[in-house]
Ligand binder design. Structure first.
Ligand code: AMP
Ligand code: GLY
Length: 423
């Protein structure tokens, strides 16, 4: 029996906690720091995801056997490496790549070079620093609008600019290199704009073999019809209708396999999730970005469709036994609708009292930004609550989530009512 420590505090971690807790392999589950929802499936421990020393204490005190890392920041900062370098921790299994592998998400320049080296389809690009600004400006002139500029490093989802005209793109390139996103934009990747419909594909791997999890489509814009500002994600749908067997086959052969083989060829040890942010350009899949974790809110739909023991997959990733695993997928559709605070992704107020939880039927509620305040649950973030449902198809699943979204109340509640409109 395992004692598991899940690191993170969002809707993704609540959904993972729900799934982990169903496994007969689990003795105790701890979540650091967790949220008001995760407390339903385990014990929250008030330790931040990047406080490595404090996490060490938790692991030793609670006799943890398996650490599962939800968000990217601790991985990019080297949580797994920290465990391997510590005498008392090095035998504890960690699901999530070491620093070298986490660079797939932590550095856009690294990931573009990786894809070029392994012939993985992606947009044409050039990387620019302050020293090579002139070449960067010259490269921009060879491209067509819209122009895509990406901060090399992690920028909390804000580091990608898509700009309509050349003079603005030139100005933005300079501003980024001047420190618009701090150290993260000391290098900037200029990319060809790819036009198509995006989807999220996930694999869990031990670095040699992998299993493909259910794919999903995420809705990033705040406004209906995909308008307005980018958010962390307003909802997700799985399966994705255009990701049929033939398309998934292309993704596996051209992208997933070469990625895992590329990591091996480059001698980069890797275990955990690979999130392929893809775009369908006229029936051909291209990589927009890699992430080294699961997606949020995709996880709040994807976990519903995994029938297999999720903990067995996590263990196999850590133990290097993924070849012995298989994955059983629920045929039903699963969706998640994100309820957000009024004003998000701009300024919004926290601390709004929430009600209606007990009226919800036939949906799962995954807390994203909530807090227990005495007897009450209050909002504590822009993305507040993911309402996830099954259905015979996505329309039925969406109808279920929307009916329950109505029953939850808090001042300023907003959600998109058009998820799936483009499919
Ligand atoms: P990223 O952080 O790299 O996923 O970029 C954020 C968002 O910007 C993506 O989800 C896309 O919607 C958009 N994007 C990024 N790169 C491109 C590209 N080369 N062409 C078109 N859209 C892009
Ligand atoms: N839903 C997109 C992400 O997790 O980055």
């Amino acid at each position: 029996m395992l004692n598991i420590l899940l690191v993170g505090s969002g809707g993704r971690e609540h959904a993972m906690a729900w799934k982990i807790k169903q496994s007969p392999k689990v003795n105790q589950l701890f979540i650091a720091p967790g949220n008001a929802g995760t407390a339903e499936f385990g014990e929250n421990i008030a330790v931040g995801a990047t406080d490595f020393e404090a996490l060490k204490k938790v692991v030793l005190e609670k006799a943890i056997n398996l650490v599962v890392v939800g968000p990217e920041v601790p991985l990019v900062e080297g949580l797994h490496d920290f465990f391997l370098a510590d005498e008392e921790l090095k035998s504890i299994r960690v699901v999530g790549p070491q620093k070298a592998g986490a660079l797939l998400e932590g550095s856009k320049d690294f990931s573009k070079e990786f894809m070029a080296r392994h012939q993985i389809p992606t947009a044409k690009y050039q990387t620019v620093t302050a020293d090579t600004l002139e070449q960067g400006l010259a490269f921009l002139k060879t491209m067509q609008a819209p122009y895509v500029l990406k901060a090399d490093g992690l920028a909390a989802g804000k580091g990608v600019l898509i700009i309509d005209n050349l003079p603005e793109a030139e100005a933005s390139l300079k501003t980024m290199l001047d420190g618009q996103f701090g150290q993260a934009s000391s290098k900037v990747v200029i990319e060809e704009f790819l036009s198509g419909v995006e989807l999220s594909v996930f694999a869990i791997t031990d670095g040699k073999d992998y299993q493909i999890l259910p794919e999903a489509k995420d809705y990033k814009r705040i406004g209906e019809g995909d308008t307005g500002l980018n958010t962390g994600g307003m909802g997700a749908i799985s399966p994705v209708p255009f990701a049929d067997d033939a398309f998934m086959q292309k993704i596996e052969e051209r992208i997933i396999k070469p990625t895992v083989e590329g990591l091996q060829k480059d001698n980069i040890p890797y275990n955990g999730f690979i999130f392929f942010g893809l775009i369908n350009c006229g029936g051909e899949p291209y990589v927009i970005e890699y992430n080294v974790r699961m997606g949020d809110p995709e996880t709040e739909a994807v976990m519903l469709r995994i029938k297999s023991d999720f903990v067995a997959l996590l263990e196999a990733a850590a133990d290097g036994t993924m070849a012995e695993q298989s994955i059983e997928i629920d045929e039903r559709a699963a969706v998640t609708v994100m309820l957000v605070s009024g004003g998000y992704p701009g300024d919004y107020e926290n601390g709004k009292v929430m009600s209606g939880f007990d009226q919800v039927e036939n949906s799962l509620l995954f807390h994203a930004g909530t807090k227990q305040a005495g007897q009450e649950v209050v909002t504590a973030g822009g993305r507040v609550l993911a309402v996830s449902s099954y259905g015979a198809n996505r329309q039925e699943a969406l109808a279920q989530s929307y009916a329950n979204a109505e029953k939850i109340s808090f001042e300023g509640k907003y959600y998109r009512k058009d998820l799936g409109f483009d499919l």
